[in-house]
Design a protein around this ligand. Structure first.
Ligand SMILES: Nc1ncnc2c1ncn2[C@@H]1O[C@H](COP(=O)(O)OP(=O)(O)OP(=O)(O)O)[C@@H](O)[C@H]1O
Length: 568
């Protein structure tokens, strides 16, 4: 793209030199007019209307033009050569000579005069307004010849003096033309970049970024995000992995539980490739499904397994986890199947998410969403409440899940392997989780663990449990297994003020719990949540730990009941 230059020459003899020089600078189209000061100002105004890119002029005229036009004005500053030429030319004259000019021009002139031992005196002016007065004073001082710029020469002539104009040489004009061209390129580049960025802002794109082909950031604006949600390495990879056959490329990043979608558009501007990135936080669909709960298992779950049957369970899990992906945890509700599912997940996928799925309420058309890369283990519950026709859909999903390298854990009350195809079953293990009465050796560990848990979570004071408390607890029938034991213990330790959980105390609570009146007499201690929990436990007991029946009686749905049970 050419640079259109209006050269306003302050004197006519400059025109020929400019014409000669203009062919030596590439990329310019030049139009020359002669006009000093006010005449020059009129030319500049016309040049602005005619859309010239840049004006070049000299000295006082250039200074004046900067006030009358918005087009950039380049000043052809006088060089040492220009001054040297005029001084050499006037050297032969014997008349006394005065060089009048602005300070910047005179400092160079003084050096030339000193070096060549010339007889010229210098007189400084700071503005055009001082010209007349200075020329008058110089004449009064007896000087016969005046050297200077156009304004000074004209004034000297008016005062009847001999005057020599400092002419601009070729090299100075070429310098000015090159400067005009370089400045114009810079202005245009800057202008179009600003225009491009303002277009982006006008579109009100909120989370956007413009990067160049090196991945360097030129512009960024954030609204949903605090800052760029992808890291520097990911950002730098974008330009190198774009398919230019498409106007728009997409990139997806998993950040925690969120998916970040990046729409990448590319465009060429001034021969440079740029990328416009729009960032979107992808709605986490799993979050919206109320039959799915996403859990991050950060710590290895503590599983009490002192008893032989529980040790056998742990051995099966440890030995099977590397070669098997599908686990059937067979046992009654409250025996710890959920805890074991977390444990299995932690063994292989501690950095990923575990999703708990309530099959009784599952929308099967969304099941594939569970196969997203951040999910490590899928824990399926309430299979018995899923309609039998769904088995083949579930079977297909299990195959896909195993192919996607997930672990799947199913908690069931009895063996269901006969419902599935052989290829699936070959990759599965059945783990029989024993009822609490079959593992009395675990009571001590469980009671200690639960007491510590309540101390941590509710600030209860019990730190130590008397041995006969454990023995007493073993004698009772815990139909809700570990969950019921935990719940009972919660009521007891909440009421306890001392550090030691004593036999008499526990005995009293057990009697109340198992007396016919117990279901309607609640401990009105603790928070509203604690009292609610006692009510839930009583109803569960009365319904023989059938959660569906209990939920129905309490007027809440099954998943709410389950969540409430889990909170404790
Ligand atoms: N062996 C164990 N060691 C430590 N805690 C246990 C153990 N077994 C069960 N628990 C605790 O008892 C409570 C009930 O266990 P869990 O929820 O795992 O049972 P579940 O068999 O999954 O029952 P449901 O299917 O009804 O939820 C949980 O708080 C769990 O942490």
């Amino acid at each position: 793209m050419s640079t259109y230059i209006k050269f306003i020459a302050p004197y006519s003899s400059m025109v020929t030199v400019i014409e000669e020089c203009s062919s030596e600078v590439e990329g310019i189209e030049i139009s020359i007019e002669v006009g000093n000061m006010e005449d020059g100002a009129q030319i500049a105004k016309r040049a602005e209307r005619d859309n010239y890119d840049i004006i070049i002029s000299r000295g006082g005229t250039a200074q004046l033009l900067r006030h009358v036009t918005r087009i950039p004005v380049i000043d052809v500053t006088m060089s040492g050569y220009d001054i040297l030429r005029v001084l050499m030319m006037t050297h032969e004259f014997n008349e006394t000579k005065a060089l009048i000019g602005y300070p910047n021009m005179l400092s160079g002139a003084q050096a030339v005069i000193d070096l060549l031992d010339l007889s010229v005196d210098l007189f400084t002016i700071d503005s055009i307004d001082e010209i007349e007065q200075m020329v008058y004073e110089v004449r009064e001082l007896g000087y016969q010849v005046v050297i200077g710029d156009v304004g000074i020469v004209e004034s000297a002539k008016r005062h009847g003096m001999e005057a020599f104009l400092i002419q601009t040489g070729r090299e100075t004009i070429i310098d000015a033309l090159e400067e005009a061209r370089a400045s114009d390129i810079f202005f245009k580049w800057n202008f179009s970049r600003t225009e491009m960025l303002s277009k982006i802002i006008k579109h009100q794109d909120r989370d956007v970024m413009v990067i160049d082909d090196q991945g360097d950031i030129l512009f960024e604006a954030w609204h949903t995000f605090d800052r760029c949600p992808i890291n520097d390495t990911e950002l730098a990879q974008i330009p190198t992995t774009i398919d230019f056959n498409y106007l728009v490329n997409w990139r997806y990043y998993i950040k925690g539980h969120q998916q970040v979608d990046v729409k990448v558009e590319h465009f060429v501007h001034e021969e440079t490739l740029y990328f416009l990135l729009h960032f979107n936080q992808h709605d986490d669909i799993l979050n919206q499904l109320d039959w799915v709960e996403q859990i991050s298992v950060k710590q290895k779950p503590t599983v009490i397994a002192e008893s032989d049957p529980m040790q056998a369970v742990m051995r099966v899990i440890h030995n099977g986890v590397s070669a098997h992906q599908l686990f059937f945890l067979i046992g009654e509700t409250g025996t710890g199947r959920g805890l074991l599912a977390h444990y299995i997940h932690h063994l292989s996928w501690s950095g990923k998410t575990l999703v708990e799925v309530d099959l009784s309420r599952c929308q099967f058309e969304y099941l594939d969403e569970l196969l997203s890369p951040e999910v490590g283990t899928i824990y399926l519950r309430h299979l018995s409440q899923m309609s039998i026709e769904r088995y083949h859909v579930l079977g297909r999903f299990l195959q896909k899940a195993l192919a996607a390298d997930k672990h799947v854990v199913l908690s069931v009350n009895q063996s269901v392997v006969h419902q599935f195809d052989t290829p699936l079953i070959d990759r599965s293990i059945e783990v029989f989780v024993p009822p609490l009465e079959d593992r009395p050796e675990d009571f001590k560990g469980l009671v200690t663990l639960f007491a510590a848990y309540f101390h941590q979570h509710f600030g209860t004071s019990v730190m130590k449990i008397q041995t006969d408390v454990i023995e007493e607890l073993k004698r009772y029938e815990w139909r809700g297994h570990a969950r019921e034991l935990k719940s009972f213990l919660k009521s007891v330790v909440l009421a306890e003020r001392g550090y030691v959980l004593k036999y008499e105390h526990v005995k009293k609570y057990l009697q109340e719990k198992y007396s016919p009146r117990s279901t309607s007499v609640y401990q009105l201690e603790g928070t509203l949540e604690d009292i609610e929990h006692q009510v839930i436990q009583s109803v569960l007991e009365e319904e023989n730990y059938n959660q569906s029946k209990a939920a129905k009686r309490l007027g809440i749905n099954r998943s709410t009941l389950w969540r409430k049970l889990k909170q404790n």
